[in-house]
Design a protein around this ligand. Structure first.
Ligand code: ADP
Ligand code: ZN
Ligand code: ZN
Length: 747
């Protein structure tokens, strides 16, 4: 008799353990396979086999049979089963929740399956074809179908194509099958998400000495199957080429690789590069794939058809076997953190996978995260540097423009005189320009000049954003729309003013100054449809527009040889956000945006408009001086006890009732205090423990409260973080509670 241990796909805590089932005769099972099992009063629940067992201590009457299997292969690889267990431990979630990360969501509940195509396959040998045909003289339809198959390569054809040639011949083909001439079979057919992709040059460029040097450190680690690196390479230093060579080396050794990129807007270019060099050997996983495409890519990966997987955060769960290298590009990006359900940091999971599977890890950025650079300082990561651009091209020259002076001069336009001159010079030279508008923190809101009233969303504690094209207000948190008032609802004044500089406003201004120059805009509004990113970026690449106006989406990774000028409309827009990382994010963003200029033959110029020119983040970014910024920022973090010196855990509580949210937050606080009374030795590691409303007090009509814990980042302190998580998991009537650790947003 054989048994198996199953985790059922129910995420409640009470069933967060394995259950034993009997394996019926003839059913082949192994760990990682998905099964249907009866569970309690439910007679069909999905589960994952985590272990096989020869016998079982339970009385036979209490053990039930596995009903059936969902696939005839383990959907969850052994290494991924391990990873799920680690996630359960570090994220304080159930194993079922962790396992859900490992397969496309639509595979659960069988909402999606392989798409198959029916083939008709000739089964008679060529020397008796004539005979077979002759036997069907009286059945012209059958003869026609046979003839078509005889002319097809390998004597086979998909049924839909056969029907196109020979008419509706299904009955005839079935008859031919009866006669033993033909066999009908279903084969999996995979949807391809690469439809209209541009192809780039496929040849290998000669490596630069810097690239050679970095690779000579990296390749032995790939061969040895261990080592973790941080590649600090300035913008335009040629990091992508390093990735490609490293992945290829891994492939030559018969191993596979995962390349993580932060955002969808970045993916098309990176995907394009990899696809043009690796062809069908590369798979993409990103959030814009249709469920079918996602499933098919997952299948290709799982079947071992691909050598390299490129994708956003969740591609760290790609079911690749024999991983030899994991690369995380733009490693400083917040998007590598999933805040909850369950929380994980793709960078940490990458490290675990590498250790578990004997692979090398490469984090890369022009603006490494404080945490990674500190790890490199301690020797936990090996630092590799590329401090010059490819072919010794100069770094862009950055001009800081003090916008307070512009105001004094009476210039109320969004553009300074200097930026306009630079843009004009760039256009006159026949080149392209990028104008960057910081979306985050730079609200485009409507406000009354007499009394200061601003239009806020009725559901969320934020001002609504003005959309010029529809002349309407929209809330960016919940999507609610409102009319633009003509008189102030508070004081009746007619002096209503539109504040701020959105992408639309910038686009209009560009039209005003350069009526004949074609402009493209890339922001949330213009990229709602599936292929919008690719369409806009490739139009810009082809030179169909000379100026690209955009938000964060255009800040990173893009490589347009003809772009020689970058204008940063408001550099300091997010310095004022209530988040300890606002200086770091400002520095990263400015450096990355500036790095889009002058990446090919022609040198680049950057105009950085700011109201805060002396700020160290702005200043260091203008010199592209990562180390100077890092030194200053680390001192500040140390003084204020912020990560990486500490970690921040928060219990976030949302409720339709302000009172309930507040009461729940206060109750959570009391529990935490009581816990610390019992664990007095933890007190000395705690920098702060507070209960208060969140900076954004309301979203979608829900009041938001938080308990925040700032504690030294030491193993012993995990206990306190675990307690925060435990408190958050206890259900509170009328409230939604989650625990986040170093959340990507503190709002
Ligand atoms: P990064 O990611 O470091 O900012 P990229 O990888 O985008 O830089 O490279 C910048 C540019 O230099 C790209 O256009 C790339 O094709 C080119 N490039 C990279 N390596 C080489 C090389 N060895 N020889 C010539 N051009 C290169
Ligand atoms: Zn007013
Ligand atoms: Zn809202």
């Amino acid at each position: 008799m054989s048994y198996c241990q199953v985790i059922v796909d129910i995420t409640s805590e009470d069933v967060d353990r394995v259950f034993t089932y009997r394996v019926p005769k003839g059913m082949e099972l192994c760990p990682g396979m998905r099964v249907h099992v009866p569970f309690g009063r439910m007679n069909r629940v999905e589960g994952v086999v985590v272990e096989m067992a020869e016998d079982c201590d339970l009385p036979p009457a209490r053990v039930r049979d596995v009903t059936d299997t969902l696939e005839d292969y383990p959907a969850i690889l052994p290494s991924m089963l391990d990873l799920a267990k680690r996630i359960k431990e570090t994220s304080f979630c159930t194993l079922a929740q962790a396992l859900r990360l490992m397969i496309p969501a639509q595979m659960r509940g069988e909402r999606i399956r392989s798409r198959t195509r029916e083939y008709a396959v000739l089964t008679v040998d060529q020397d008796i074809w004539a005979q077979a045909l002759a036997s069907q003289k009286r059945a012209p339809r059958r003869a026609q179908a046979l003839q078509a198959l005889m002319q097809a390569p390998q004597g086979e054809m998909p049924m839909d194509e056969l029907k196109a040639q020979a008419g509706d011949c299904r009955q005839s083909v079935l008859a031919l099958q009866e006669l033993g001439f033909v066999r009908l079979e279903r084969r999996e057919s995979l949807r391809s998400p690469y439809g209209a992709m541009e192809q780039l040059a496929q040849h290998d460029p000669q490596l630069t000495p810097q690239q050679e040097e970095v690779l000579s450190a990296l390749l032995p680690a790939i061969e040895a199957g261990k080592g973790a690196f941080l590649l600090y390479g300035v913008t335009g230093s040629g990091k992508t080429e390093v990735f490609i060579r490293a992945v290829r080396r891994a492939a030559q050794m018969g191993r596979t690789a995962i390349v993580l990129v932060p955002e969808i807007a970045l993916t098309p270019q990176m995907v394009m590069w990899f696809r043009s060099r690796f062809g069908e050997d590369a798979a993409v996983l990103h959030s814009r794939l249709s469920p079918g495409e996602r499933y098919d890519e997952w299948r290709r990966i799982r079947r071992g058809d691909v050598r390299v997987v490129i994708g956003a955060r969740s591609a760290i769960f790609a079911p690749l076997e024999n991983v030899g290298l994991i690369i995380i590009d733009e490693e400083h990006e917040q998007s590598y953190i999933a805040d909850n359900n369950p929380r994980y940091d793709a960078r940490e999971l990458a490290r675990m996978r590498c250790e578990r599977e004997g692979a090398a890890l490469l984090l890369a950025s022009a603006t490494p995260s404080m945490r990674s650079f500190a790890m490199a300082g301690r020797g936990d990561l090996t630092l590799l540097e590329m401090l010059r651009r490819v072919k010794n091209r100069p770094m862009p020259q950055v001009h800081i423009v003090d916008m307070r002076d512009e105001l004094k001069k009476g210039n109320r336009s969004v553009f300074s005189g200097a930026l306009l001159d630079g843009l004009r010079a760039c256009m006159d030279a026949g080149r392209q320009a990028i104008l960057f508008v910081n979306r985050r923190g730079y609200s485009t809101f409507v406000s009354c000049r007499s009394c200061g009233y601003t239009v806020s969303c009725t559901q969320c504690d934020v001002s609504m954003t003005y959309h010029m094209s529809e002349h309407a207000l929209r809330c960016h948190y919940c999507g609610q729309e409102a009319q633009v008032p003509t008189v102030c609802p508070e004081c009746g004044s007619r002096y209503i003013k539109f504040f701020g500089t959105g992408t639309q406003r910038v686009e209009e201004e560009v039209h005003r100054y350069f009526p004949d120059i074609p402009v493209l805009r890339m922001d949330n509004d213009t990229t709602r449809t599936k292929d919008a990113h690719e369409t806009i970026l490739s139009a810009f690449r082809r030179g169909e527009a000379r100026i690209l106006v955009g938000t964060q989406m255009i800040a990173k990774g893009l490589d347009f040889p003809n772009v020689t000028m970058v204008g940063i409309v408001a550099a300091d827009a997010m310095l004022k956000l209530p988040d300890y990382r606002s200086a770091e994010r400002t520095f990263q963003l400015l450096t990355q945006v500036a790095g889009r200029a002058g990446r090919a033959e022609y040198p680049g110029e950057v105009y950085l408009q700011t109201y805060d020119p002396e700020h160290y983040a702005v200043e260091a970014a203008s010199r592209q001086d990562y180390r100077a910024f890092y030194a200053e920022e680390m001192q500040r973090r140390k003084r204020a006890l912020y990560p990486p010196y500490t970690l921040i855990a928060r219990i976030l509580i949302e409720s339709g009732s302000e009172d309930k949210a507040q009461a729940a937050a206060q109750a959570a606080m009391r529990q935490m205090e009581a816990f610390l009374d019992r664990r007095a030795y933890l007190r000395k590691y705690i920098a702060a423990l507070r209960v208060m409303p969140c900076p954004v007090k309301r979203i979608k009509g829900k009041s938001r409260w938080q308990v925040t814990l700032k504690i030294v980042d030491k193993p012993i302190c995990q206990e306190a973080v675990g307690k925060m998580s435990e408190i958050a998991q206890a259900p509170v009537e009328g409230c939604l509670c989650v625990c986040q650790v170093n959340p990507s947003s503190m709002m």
